[in-house]
Design a protein around this ligand. Structure first.
Ligand SMILES: NC(=O)c1ccc[n+]([C@@H]2O[C@H](COP(=O)([O-])OP(=O)(O)OC[C@H]3O[C@@H](n4cnc5c(N)ncnc54)[C@H](O)[C@@H]3O)[C@@H](O)[C@H]2O)c1
Length: 443
């Protein structure tokens, strides 16, 4: 069976590589010639643990190839997965221009009957529009459309793809269903976890999943803000509620607001879809509003500590990616914080194990005041405070004595609640977390 995957980003490259790994003949297509060159050299154009090893072995076995030429990639393919970006458009809806361009190219390039499988996150009704496009193009080949939303998370994407919680297949064509069943069967040997549904429900399932997870985060952040006002501790509340099996443990951590390439845009796109359908999605409006407010919480704490004036002060920022184990800085809370600090006249010394190049590119040309350093200890050198924004493992138990010597001011702002206020107090720091009481130095 031959598969083509259009788009070699976080989703497309993981999909293509993992499908090649079960023995399929896979061609990955991208319009970005630089990316394709890097991939042909056996490297990965972004950071994703475990992916390079699989990519190299499957490329060597000649099951996985890369091209910028859609015609070459689609030739003879039984299924073409669309995994291009669907970023937020100007009106907060999903921008589907990349998806429809990719679909058009695939239909034009088809040399045989095939299934177009949408893996990108797309608003409900997109499948219908793709079917209309297929109809309009009047290809001599039988082309059908299916939806197969992706639930992987960056940082653990390979594992998620190889051992998915479930596979959602939205298809009304029996041949498409059978083909996708065949493709996913090798991932389901221990337990069958394929859920079949209509295309619209599959499209909406993806948004509902992200919306639910974002809701849990905003709920906890809102509770954290209440905790700060009444002197309660959000971490104790989390333990107190997550031990209830009906609630569970995941996505209940208070912090600096959700970011990344999915939750912010998907929540907004879902609200947009709902408005278009004449329904006000009140819960998601609140989730989005709470998150917008939460993204400013750390800057507000910093400004309050420095009596509203951070001009000329230097801040060490640890963790720049939107979460650990990725270099993705799309909608990263650390990036918003740095922008806020710089525009308030402060200087920033930032460190992140993986995201440095992306941050440098993001701030290129307007990076006065921002220095990106090689390690976490260089970041705190001469800084007035340390701000933890992304909880990479190396930040969990640092040498506080060394940090205190290097810092000018013994203040720690912990955006992920990974430190113990009591411990930091003993180490001689003023400590601010999220939804916890401030701690003053006791030493
Ligand atoms: N990143 C995630 O964690 C994640 C998880 C689940 C679902 N998704 C969804 O998957 C989709 C892709 O996300 P991503 O993060 O992998 O995107 P990405 O931005 O990392 O990659 C998209 C790729 O598509 C390529 N592309 C754009 N137009 C093209 C065209 N016409 N032909 C060929 N290539 C083209 C781009 O050059 C880019 O390399 C989005 O809809 C996203 O919402 C993402």
């Amino acid at each position: 069976m031959k598969i083509a995957v259009v788009g070699t980003g976080y989703v497309g490259l993981v999909t293509g590589t993992c499908l090649a790994n079960i023995g399929l003949d896979v061609v990955c297509i991208d319009v970005d010639a630089d990316k394709i060159r890097v991939l042909r050299d056996g490297q990965i154009p972004f950071y994703e643990p475990g992916l390079e090893e699989l990519l190299v072995s499957n490329t060597r076995a000649e099951r996985l190839t890369f091209t910028t030429d859609t015609q070459e990639g689609v030739e003879g393919a039984d299924a073409v997965f669309l995994a291009v970006g669907t970023p937020m458009g100007d009106d907060a809806s999903a921008d589907l221009s990349y998806l429809f361009k990719a679909a058009e190219d695939v239909i034009d390039a088809a040399t045989s009957d095939l299934v177009i499988v949408t893996k990108s996150t797309v608003p409900v009704g997109t499948g219908e529009k793709l079917k209309a496009l297929v109809h309009k193009k009047a290809s001599p080949h039988h082309i059908v459309v299916a939806s197969n939303p992706e639930f992987l998370k960056e940082g653990d994407a390979v594992n998620d793809f190889l051992k998915p919680d479930r596979i959602v297949i939205g298809a009304d064509d029996e041949k498409a269903k059978a083909l996708l069943n065949r493709i996913y069967h090798p991932f389901m040997l221990s337990e069958y976890r394929v859920i079949h549904m209509d295309i619209k429900s599959a499209e909406l399932t993806k948004y509902a999943a992200n919306a639910m997870l974002a809701t849990r985060i905003s709920f906890m952040n809102d509770m954290a803000n209440l905790c700060e006002r009444v002197g309660a501790n959000i971490d104790l509340i989390r333990t107190g509620i997550s031990t209830d099996k009906r609630i569970g443990k995941a996505f209940l951590y208070a912090g600096v607001g959700y970011g990344g390439s999915c939750f912010p845009k998907d929540v907004k796109a879902l609200i947009h879809t709902s408005k278009e359908a004449g329904h006000e999605l009140s819960i998601m409006e609140a989730v989005d509003a709470v998150n917008t407010r939460q993204r400013g919480v750390m800057l507000a704490k910093i400004l309050r500590h420095f009596d509203g004036d951070v001009a000329g002060k230097t801040f060490a920022v640890w963790g720049l990616a939107f979460k650990p184990r990725t270099d993705d800085i799309r909608e990263a809370p650390a990036v918003s914080l740095i922008e806020g600090l710089l525009s308030a006249g402060a200087k920033v010394r930032g460190y992140d194990r993986a995201a440095r190049a992306n941050v440098a590119a993001h701030f290129s040309g307007r990076d006065d005041g921002l220095v990106l350093v090689e390690d976490e200890y260089a970041a705190v050198e001469g800084a007035d405070a340390l701000v933890l924004m992304t909880e990479w493992p190396e930040f969990r138990l640092p040498a506080w004595g060394d940090i205190k010597k290097r810092l000018k001011g013994a203040v720690v702002f912990d955006g992920r609640n990974i430190y113990s206020p009591a411990d930091l107090s003993k180490e001689g720091f003023t400590y601010y977390g999220i939804g916890r009481e401030k701690a003053e130095p006791s030493a």
